[in-house]
Design a protein around this ligand. Sequence first.
Ligand SMILES: Cc1ncc(COP(=O)(O)O)c(C=O)c1O
Length: 328
Amino acid sequence: MRAAMVAADVGDDVYGEDPTVNRLQELSAEIFEKEAALFVASGTMGNQIAVKVHTRPGQEVVIEERTHVFNYELAMSAVLAGILFRTVASENGTGHLTWPEIEKAVRAPGSDHSAETGLICLENSHNLGGGTVMTAEHCGDICGKAHRLDIPVHLDGARIFNASAATGSTVAELTRDCDSVQFCLSKGLGAPVGSVLVGSREFITEAHLWRKRMGGGMRQAGIIAAAGIVALTDPADRLIADHRNARRLAEGLAGIKGIAVDPEQVVTNIVIFDISGTGKGSDEICYGLKAEGVLASGFGSSIRMVTHRDVSESDIDTAVGALHRFLS
Ligand SMILES: Cc1ncc(COP(=O)(O)O)c(C=O)c1O
């Protein structure tokens, strides 16, 4: 990736003249079988532009309650789009809402009292669900029913390539009927920076204006787009290796006293495990692991670990060993 960055042809992307950014956008649109694509600085920027373009101030956006867009984007949708999130709990715990769960939260236009639903937001794979995946059929069902009510669907596909590797469906199949998709070149794909928003030409034309307004016109951005092209053209079996490592990690963790995790539920590159039985807090454990060079994030009585291209099978055994030592 660094070699590709050094060699990248560049131009001024604010004028649409960076050949490497243009190539990344064309490649993205082609892979997702959408009309157009836009390179953005981050997943957050891609999601927030999508919410803004799809909605009008005063509308509601139906979204699962543990999603990134709702929890970790600093309420930017309230600031930029002026919308209200109507959050819904996922009954089955996967983070993937069913249409009946969504339908109960949808509000029709024309009421004197309730704000109408302007958008439905989905997330695949679901980060806090533990990297769980939504199938192409499930997503298609939601989109079809939403469209019958004239409601667009945005997918936060930060890790959609992981979902693709896990299900065997292409990213185009997994997102076929979504009106827009944000996917990250960073995270599982391993690029240092950047995300891409894909959708109809009309949607992307509008998104392009919002990227500029948000300060996302990055001039000679081909330097970072070049790494994104490498990420997109990498063989998919690398992600399968990450998933195998995550499963190995979960199996190792399941053998440690006080830790609860079901390895069967680990289908992509995220492992979330419960530490209630250890008698220690998640912050204390994460600090202890960091001292041994193992990075993890804690929240409440859970810890989250993620595998990626720089984590090998032997690193997994190191991580399990470090936790085992720390707890004993
Ligand atoms: C599901 C999901 N969506 C969006 C984002 C935001 O991406 P970024 O950190 O590039 O803004 C993240 C980041 O962790 C994420 O997990």
